[in-house]
Design a protein. Structure first.
Length: 150
């Protein structure tokens, strides 16, 4: 599982020109699910996102977590995080999970964020979205769950 995390001042998601979700300051998590991912990957990513200390403290150092700053969370599924561009010019998405499995694990991640006290605003799964965000910093972090014995 991969998550591209951006520290944001604000974020909005639109589908067909209509706003479907919005957040204030916090994190945007673009979440990619691979064909091999399972609940262990969800647990790892959710725990890591919530534990990341990527907000400024009083001295301006990246030392505070989402909870410590009272931030909000937006989670958007993004299979293109598994685009392999090593060969040719067109990305291959063979590592990405099939839509049904990806949606199940995406929903599981959103439910776990909510259970931890951070009910996320969401994108709309398997839909063309427009995402408007203000990246604060900019701070952008790529996370990947460890490979497990499968």
């Amino acid at each position: 599982m991969r998550a591209l995390i951006q520290r944001i001042s604000s974020c909005a998601v639109r589908v067909d020109g209509r706003e479907v979700s919005r957040t204030g300051p916090g994190l945007l998590v673009l979440l990619g699910v691979s064909a091999d991912d399972d609940k262990r990957d969800v647990d790892f990513i959710v725990g890591k996102v919530l534990g990341l200390r990527i907000f400024d403290d009083a001295e301006g150092k990246l030392n505070l977590s989402l909870a410590e700053v009272g931030g909000e969370l937006m989670v958007v599924s993004q299979f293109t995080l598994y685009g392999d561009t090593r060969k040719g010019r067109r990305p291959s998405f063979v590592q990405a999970a099939e839509p049904e499995r990806a949606q199940m694990l995406y929903e599981m991640a959103c439910e776990l964020f909510a259970a931890e006290g951070f009910p996320p605003a969401r994108g709309v799964f398997q839909t063309h979205m427009e995402i408007e965000l203000v990246n604060d910093g900019p701070v952008t972090i790529m996370l990947e769950s460890p490979r497990h014995d499968r």
